[in-house]
Design a protein around this ligand. Structure first.
Ligand code: NAD
Length: 501
């Protein structure tokens, strides 16, 4: 039995159909146990639609489908794999598909237009980048005493990708493209708060011509469907992006089941470091963008801003003006996020309350509010861009990932002092450094305990540059050649040279 199809209204009011089922074996099916999930529009708090929610039996079905597909996909010539990934990229590019894919992220994520304009091309580039890798997965030839050895990089088998809600389509593609290029089969678990893009790109997977079972896409609750994937004995690898609490649960489940491989892309509390010798307007632009983009619901958000004493007062004044200007326009346009214009909402009521509690804690712990700090409107989940100054190093807003548009600003004197402050964090995802002194840039970049440093800008992602964290921001890399390591395992073959008869 096929799952029902619903009609939704996209950005600008156009109508489109969306299947509501679990995508298993290239078909949309309802949950075996009849489980469902309501999907909310965070701009209004209203239910957008109801879709299938995977239970343990559904996860088992998806794993069985993937297992059956693995031998065929593994044996598929690399150039055939490339062609299918390339075809998927072409489908993503078609204007009607683009419009729907971008609309669903606006509808359930509450994503701003600027965000979907950035993430969709990223998905397309990512598919093409790994399409190019499919026939370049090579090993080494090595000399051993009396003979030779070679290594091959093989697919791992049935893998799962668990995706967060902030940029679900882009992160799903970060997993799908290298997983398939290296010969694995995949079950993608879309986030319960923003699952709709998964239903649309599932249709495109089928249209592109991927064989049934190679990609299975399930929607459902993390504690049920996600946990079942992490515990499954026949899944050999989980690639997870999300919060640290969930990451730890997945590691525990892997340890208690079959010791599956796990890679974790977790949260961050990125430092933005502005030296006196930085180009002032450039640093101001990126420092502001770094904590406000997508309402700070970005793992790489630059939410700890350190400014050197020589420009501190000027910087803070300029920052205050930017906050005031944003807050004014937010109030005029508040509530229009669903249409893709003006201020956009944060993802949920729970997230909104969490952000407001952090803002309250900032004031309670003695920081000074520079601007923002208020809820916007009484419908949906909107909040002003907010910044605090004079934030103490051990304040909650300086230490914890808020995942909202809240920045903590502090003054520093010396390079060594700011390096120590920036590294005084459990996280280590990324950092941004602003300076015009090459020696200083080199010294500070070398000393920062993070996976990525951007110099004189913040946060850009590129297909060919690896992205991931150190410390409690996780391990493993998405993008770049390095991501391939997480989707392959090395086999060594050794051969003695026998004397010829
Ligand atoms: P989350 O950990 O709550 O959920 C992520 C995914 O895990 C969802 O699909 C969810 O359903 C699933 N899940 C929940 N419980 C599970 C369980 N017990 N077992 C298996 N899966 C389970 O995270 P979120 O709230 O969706 O996303 C926000 C977090 O993600 C932030 O901490 C953010 O920094 C992080 N993030 C990191 C990156 C990165 O690349 N490092 C990118 C985006 C988001």
């Amino acid at each position: 039995m096929a799952a029902p199809v619903v009609t939704l209204k996209g950005v600008g009011g156009f109508e489109f159909d969306l299947p509501t089922g679990l995508f298993i074996n290239n078909e949309f099916v309802p949950s075996v146990e009849g489980l469902t999930l309501d999907v909310e529009n965070p701009a209004t708090g209203e239910t957008l639609t109801t879709i299938a929610s995977a239970g343990v039996k559904d996860v088992n079905k998806a794993v069985a489908a993937a297992q059956a597909a693995f031998p065929g996909w593994r044996a598929t010539p690399p150039l055939e794999k490339s062609k299918l990934l390339w075809k998927l990229a072409e489908l993503f590019e078609k204007p009607e598909n683009k419009q729907i894919l971008q609309s669903v992220d606006v509808l359930d994520v509450g994503a701003p237009a600027a965000m979907v304009d950035f993430t969709l091309p990223q998905c397309i580039d990512n598919l093409r980048y790994y399409a190019g890798w499919a026939d370049k997965i090579t090993g080494k030839t090595l000399h051993v005493p009396g003979g030779h050895a070679y290594t091959v990089r093989e697919p791992i088998g049935v893998c799962a990708g668990i995706v967060p809600w902030n940029t679900p389509l882009m992160i799903a593609m970060w997993k799908l493209a290298p997983a398939l290029a290296t010969g694995n089969v995949l079950i993608l678990k879309m986030p319960e708060l923003a699952p709709l893009c998964g239903l649309r790109f599932a249709q495109l997977i089928k249209e592109a011509g991927f064989p049934p079972g190679v990609v299975n896409i399930i929607t459902g609750e993390g504690r049920v469907a996600g946990q079942a994937l992490a515990e499954h004995k026949d899944i050999r690898k989980v690639s997870f992006t999300g919060g640290g609490v969930t990451g730890r649960k997945i590691l525990r489940a892997a340890a208690d089941s079959n010791l599956k491989k796990v890679t974790l892309e977790l949260g961050g509390k990125g430092p933005t470091i502005v030296f006196d010798d930085a180009q002032f307007e450039n640093a101001l632009f990126w420092a502001f963008m770094g904590f406000t983009m997508h309402n700070g619901q970005v793992c790489a958000a630059g939410t700890r801003i350190y400014v050197q004493e020589g420009i501190y007062d000027k910087f803070i004044e300029a920052f205050r003006e930017k906050l005031a200007a944003t807050s004014k326009s937010s109030k005029v346009q508040g509530g229009s996020g669903a249409e893709g214009a003006g201020k956009t909402p944060v993802i949920s009521k729970v997230q909104h309350e969490k952000i407001m509690a952090y803002i309250e804690s900032g004031t309670k712990e003695g920081a000074t509010l520079l601007g923002g700090g208020n809820r916007i409107g009484d419908k949906g989940y909107f909040v002003e861009e907010t910044a605090f100054v004079d934030v103490k190093p051990d304040a909650k807003i300086m230490k914890e990932e808020i995942f909202g548009p809240v920045a903590s600003i502090a003054k520093f004197k010396t390079e060594d002092e700011v390096i120590a402050a920036a590294n005084d964090s459990a996280y280590g995802l990324n950092a941004a450094v602003f300076s015009s002194n090459p020696d200083r840039i080199r010294k500070v970049s070398d000393a920062l305990e993070v996976g990525t440093v951007t110099v004189n800008y913040w946060g850009a992602l590129n297909m060919n540059t690896p992205f991931g964290g150190v410390k409690e921001s996780g391990f493993g890399r998405d993008m770049g050649e390095e991501a391939l390591d997480g989707w392959t395992q090395v086999k060594t073959v050794k051969q003695l040279s026998l004397p010829t008869a």
